[in-house]
Design a protein around this ligand. Structure first.
Ligand code: UDP
Length: 493
């Protein structure tokens, strides 16, 4: 990319933007990518975060643009956490989560002071820092809310809040249609987050988050017009604010392999992740299934057993990113399974963390099984893969609606019930259900082929969206123009 393409003529008008990520990997990854896109457009960028979270992205930003990271010390001792535990991930013990929130709360005055000192022109804040909207107002600068979620999911939540259609059905498993959305989408109460079914502390937080969104200058999404255009327009209408889709953010900034490997993951030893590549390079184009459930999930042993059996009997080659529980029976089952699939060369297990972007772009990958985490959905669009949808928590069930019902590039595995990210829940998807859905996605039959073609068309649209004249590129230019206009007006006052 030629940097001069973005050069801003008047240095007095150089924008200064602060990014404030949340403390979870899947929120940090896309907002840092977005910060890098701003920096590419000659914006002076500062990211504020804590020590361990900075380590997740520091090397990738130091290689590229001139972005400052303001690193704060997380108050681990004050909240009773071991030093270094300051990120929400699959490894965070459930009892430590409230303490991470408490630590973040302690940091708030320090962050507010930084906002004042840095004299920025705009704050791009993760949705989970709703208070930043008031700070920005006091400073007289715009606050933009960053959602690590689909636009559709935000519209769905808004529809449910407005029309409360989920309270009008007789039981949790009765279907209802979401009111007022661009497509007719059916759901059940069981698929909604618990806080929407029965108000709790989280519901109060979400109310504050939604109020802060309405008071914001606008919202930015890791999406693109060709993917969710109808929902962008709907969001603007119902929220009454602006919104800019700036995605796919991962494709826009992560060009070399090191960027892709280190994204969201601090690589400790060189060559840590190379075995899979050799294995994958020997496979035929489009023949391998990639199975992954994001950065937060851990399955109970009985679910791992079902997945293992389904993968083995499906007959398709696979890469499975899997996390162990400290269960002896499970460990010996998984060891034997790994041994067997390694011997037959049918499967490759990656324990813990996988370089997902690199794996997905390998020509051997032909489909995926995904929990419908929003980053993963967008990353699969980048490379045009159909998917088996296996929603679990957060806004995954809304994302499944987009993938299956709107875009028609996915087959549901059939999960019926939302659960919390750090709980197992009671639902176990059977090997038969999993195998059936895999068959549709990987099979060369009419249904699978149709999905593959639609996914490829979206991949082409994604590539165009971030190029000069593309929808996300235009949105970025327009956003910068509007922020500069606000800056000029402030200066004139
Ligand atoms: N990811 C990865 N390797 C892993 C697991 C996750 O690179 O082994 C990345 C993935 O590419 C995505 C993010 O972590 O960018 C996960 O975000 P998503 O929204 O899909 O799911 P969540 O982690 O919120 O459940």
């Amino acid at each position: 990319m030629d940097r001069s393409e973005y050069q801003i003529e008047d240095d007095n008008l150089k924008l200064k933007v602060i990014f404030l990520p949340f403390l979870s990997i899947s929120h940090i990854i896309p907002i840092v990518d977005m910060a890098r896109i701003f920096a590419m457009h000659d914006v002076d960028v500062t990211i504020i975060t804590t020590t361990s979270n900075a380590a997740l992205f520091q090397s990738s930003i130091s290689r590229g643009q001139n972005i400052r990271t303001h690193v704060m010390k997380f108050p681990a001792e004050q909240v009773g956490l071991p030093v270094g535990v300051e990120t929400f991930s699959a490894d965070t013990p459930p009892d430590m989560s409230p303490k991470i929130y408490a630590g973040l709360e302690i940091l708030r005055p320090e962050i507010e002071n930084l906002f004042k000192e840095l004299q920025a022109d705009c704050i791009v804040s993760d949705m989970f820092h709703p208070w930043t909207v008031d700070t920005a107002e006091k400073l007289g600068i715009p606050r933009i809310i960053f959602y690590a979620a689909s636009v559709l999911s935000r519209c769905a939540v808004h529809s449910l809040e407005q029309h409360e259609v989920h309270t009008k059905v007789e039981c949790d498993s009765e279907k209802f249609t979401l009111v007022g959305l661009p497509h007719e989408l059916e759901m059940t109460r069981l698929q909604l987050p618990d806080w929407m079914r029965k108000p709790n502390m989280y519901a109060m937080l979400m109310k504050v988050v939604n109020d802060s969104a309405r008071k914001s200058f606008g919202a930015v999404f890791n999406s693109f017009h060709e993917l969710e255009g109808d929902y962008e327009e709907h969001y603007k209408r119902v929220c009454g604010t602006k919104c800019w889709s700036l995605g796919p953010v991962s494709m826009w900034v992560n060009h070399d392999d090191l960027d892709k490997v280190e994204r969201g993951h601090h690589v400790k030893t060189q060559g840590e992740e190379e075995g899979w590549l050799e294995w994958l390079n020997k496979k035929k184009e489009g023949s391998v299934l990639y199975v992954s459930f994001g950065s937060l999930n851990r399955f109970p042993s009985d679910q791992l057993v079902e997945i293992a059996h389904a993968l083995e009997s499906s007959g398709y080659d696979f890469i499975w990113v899997v996390r162990k529980n400290n269960d002896e029976g499970e460990n010996s089952f998984m060891e034997e399974f790994e041994e067997r699939v390694k011997g037959s060369k049918k499967g490759y297990l990656i324990w813990g963390w996988a370089p997902q972007l690199l794996i997905l772009e390998n020509r051997a990958i032909g489909g995926m099984v995904s929990h419908c985490g929003w980053n993963t959905v967008v990353e699969s669009m980048n490379v045009g893969l159909p998917m088996v949808t296996w929603p679990l928590f957060a806004e995954h069930f809304f994302n499944e609606k987009l993938v299956v019902d709107v875009l028609k590039i996915g087959v549901p595995v059939g999960t019926k019930e939302w659960r919390n990210w750090n709980e197992f829940g009671s639902e176990v998807v059977t090997r038969e259900e999993i195998e059936k859905a895999i068959g549709v996605v990987m099979d060369g039959g009419e249904e699978g082929e149709g999905m593959r073609q639609r996914a490829k068309a979206l991949s082409n649209a994604a590539k165009k969206a971030i190029k000069l004249g593309g929808s996300s590129h235009n949105n970025m230019m327009e956003l910068i123009r509007e922020l500069k206009e606000l800056k000029l007006r402030r200066k004139a006052q």
